[in-house]
Design a protein around this ligand. Structure first.
Ligand code: NI
Length: 175
């Protein structure tokens, strides 16, 4: 793939529903470098907080965060083949997703997460994270398993959003 800006895939695109494959070091390294370049440009243009590879059409286990989280994420912005252990109290926060534009809902998730992942060079690191950064990690790892945040809303909320989600899937605007 070229190191270009990609369009963010929107709900209804089958790539968002696939379980992504793990990346392999060192074989996948040139692909990873190119993919991360594309994703960073795409995330910046879309003004999101994080982006998972399936959102640019690549079914691989990689996500990135914006540099604003550098402190909380101990200098890491690229997470490859992440393994997570969510823990702590459940916490409600408003969530949104570039792949579900225009929809923001309160969602309950674990308040903390332990994450082990590889960086862009294949070095393994571990972090223990809370707050918004924990929320970002839990949201992005769901993308790698084909899960979108709206899947996790209560049946009542999902019912209320049904029409708007259908319009998104059909390619219409929701505003
Ligand atoms: Ni998302």
């Amino acid at each position: 793939m070229q190191n270009l800006l990609n369009k963010v895939r929107i709900i209804g695109d089958p790539v968002l529903r696939r379980k992504s494959r793990p990346l392999v070091f060192p074989d996948d390294m040139p692909y990873i470098v190119s993919l991360v370049g594309t994703m960073e440009k795409t995330l910046e243009a879309a003004e999101g907080l994080g982006l998972a590879a399936p959102q640019v059409g690549e079914s691989v286990r990689l996500f990135i965060a914006i540099p604003d989280y550098l402190d909380e994420l101990n200098g890491h912005v690229v997470f490859i083949n992440p393994e997570i252990h969510p823990y702590g109290d459940m916490e409600k926060r408003e969530e949104g997703c570039l792949s579900v534009p225009g929809i923001y809902e309160m969602l309950s998730r674990s308040s903390r997460v332990n994450i082990k992942a590889a960086d862009i060079r294949g070095n393994i690191f571990s972090l223990d994270v809370g707050g918004l950064a924990a929320r970002l990690i839990l949201h992005e790892v769901d993308h790698l398993d084909g899960i979108l945040f709206v899947d996790k809303l209560s049946p009542i909320k999902r019912k209320l959003l049904k029409g708007r989600l259908r319009k998104l899937r059909e390619g219409g605007r929701v505003y």
